[in-house]
Design a protein around this ligand. Structure first.
Ligand code: ADP
Ligand code: MG
Length: 451
């Protein structure tokens, strides 16, 4: 049975229920003439009802007014009724009268097939949201309703939402899934209002078992969409259908969202996704390579580590960096593997893909301070404590090496120190790099975080 057929059946069974319970016709009359009828088509203004026999048709025609008012109780609007026998109906032209919006809504589940739990890498930054998403997919409507996933762009919310959709479609083929977005919802509301088909739109949404709505923040400030969403939301939750929502921020922080909606969201579970840590970033890169059938040894480990360190604020950028590297290596590199040198030239001048700001003395101070667990303030302070002084020397050295700043300027940057102090600090670091391998490795690691 197609979704449209199920939709029509749903409306008709509610209408029949109404007719049966109304007492307008005797039970025996209902059973004999009405019960075998079906709703075969429905437009803005017309319902097409089909019965098996001519006698049933004659009786129903006599009660058209009753049928129209019963349908109104379900659809909330007047539609005319055409009544046919099955034989007559079969000879009718076959184009459906059902509104194209509804057909779209019902036939298209919108789920993106390539986002699955199988290719989602789990780490501390997304462990909680992954586990809650899987619980909803495993047992729709049972645990968290709604499940609300929030976090910055590019951290896997859309991926998780579609993973739920794909899981449910595979494991519970009878359940109706719909993936849509806040923006799409608003568009559909607007076009349904224009076409006077808002009731049909609501009905079609109410038939969904698992509603996955991405980027709900788009509803902010859209009053009519709010109202309709609130209605659908309550109906679905009351009927134990699963709702999963995402947003770029916590529900409480979405400005222009009605209080009553926020408080309904809070009745479920809200979980955040964060930027992936180094290990998770590395695992994501490896997974993406696996999916693109790239030989795992093709990119040297320190190159992967470099990308994982510098582009991990956002998984989309991480992917972008990997793709850039693969593209670059195909076009510009002759060697069999991508080594660090190739990577550096691939990303040269590519600050646009990197999520780090341009290099500055401030940034060097921050990175070095972070590396040694100090504050920037300590770095420019008068303190001569060994670890602080050591970090300060390194930061000065890096300012000279990477920014080519005059010694005087570096002195000013580090607590108004004299330029001779800067020169001797830089010399010291330079010497130690030559004599101390561990020290050199530390410097290299800091330099990687700078790019
Ligand atoms: P969001 O919806 O939060 O903006 P997306 O779900 O669109 O982010 O993710 C951006 C890209 O990063 C997608 O290609 C997605 O597959 C990928 N991605 C994000 N998180 C992960 C993860 N944990 N494992 C694998 N891929 C991920
Ligand atoms: Mg998204």
């Amino acid at each position: 049975m197609t979704y449209v057929e199920t939709y029509l059946e749903d409306i008709w069974s509610k209408t029949k229920q109404f007719m049966k319970n109304s007492g307008y016709v005797d039970a025996i009359v209902y059973d004999t003439y009405f019960d075998e009828s079906s709703l075969k088509d429905l437009s803005e203004s017309k319902a097409v009802i089909v019965v098996p026999t001519q006698i049933q048709k004659v009786i129903l025609l006599q009660e058209t007014g009753f049928i129209v008012s019963s349908l109104k109780s379900v659809l909330d609007k007047d539609v005319d009724c055409d009544i046919y026998t099955q034989f007559e109906f079969a000879k009718r032209p076959s184009a459906s009268l059902v509104h194209p919006n509804i057909i779209d809504n019902l036939d298209e589940d919108g789920v993106l097939s390539f986002y699955t739990f199988d290719n989602f890498v789990v780490g501390p930054s997304n462990k909680e949201s992954h586990s809650a998403a899987l619980a909803c997919a495993y047992n729709p409507g049972k645990f968290y309703n709604p499940l609300f996933i929030f976090g910055n762009s590019g951290l896997g919310k859309t991926h998780l939402l579609n993973s739920i959709g794909n899981y449910v479609k595979k494991n519970y083929p009878d359940k109706r899934v719909l993936y849509t977005s806040g923006a799409d919802f608003v568009t559909r509301v607007v076009s349904s209002i224009k076409d006077n088909s808002i009731e049909e739109f609501k009905l079609s949404m109410q038939m969904v078992d698992v509603l996955l709505m991405d980027d709900i923040q788009f509803l902010a400030g859209k009053e009519k969409s709010h109202e309709i969403f609130f209605y659908i939301f309550n109906d679905l939750v009351n009927n134990r259908r699963q709702i999963v929502l995402t947003s770029d921020r916590h529900p409480q922080e979405i400005k222009g969202l009605e209080e009553r909606l926020i408080s309904r969201f809070s009745s479920g579970l809200s979980v955040g996704v964060d930027s992936p840590e180094f290990e998770t970033s590395l695992a994501i890169l490896k997974k993406k390579m696996e999916y693109q059938s790239v030989d795992p040894t093709f990119i040297e480990d320190d190159v992967l580590a470099y990308i994982a360190t510098n582009f991990s604020k956002d998984v989309r950028k991480l992917e972008g960096a990997l793709n850039r590297l693969l593209f670059y290596s195909i076009n510009f590199s002759n060697s069999g593997r991508i080594d660090f040198k190739t990577a550096v030239s691939a990303f040269k001048g590519q600050t646009a893909v990197s999520d780090k700001n341009e290099l500055s003395a401030n940034k060097i101070k921050r990175v070095v301070a972070d590396y040694y667990g100090l504050t920037k303030q300590q770095l420019i302070s008068k303190s001569r404590t060994k670890n602080i002084a050591n970090a300060r020397h390194i930061a000065m050295y890096l300012c000279r090496k990477h920014l080519d700043l005059p010694f005087i300027k570096i002195g000013e940057e580090f607590g108004k120190r004299d330029h001779s102090t800067v020169i001797s600090s830089c010399d010291k670091v330079d010497k130690q790099c030559k004599n101390d391998e561990v020290f050199l490795l530390a410097i290299k690691e800091i330099e990687r975080s700078l790019i």
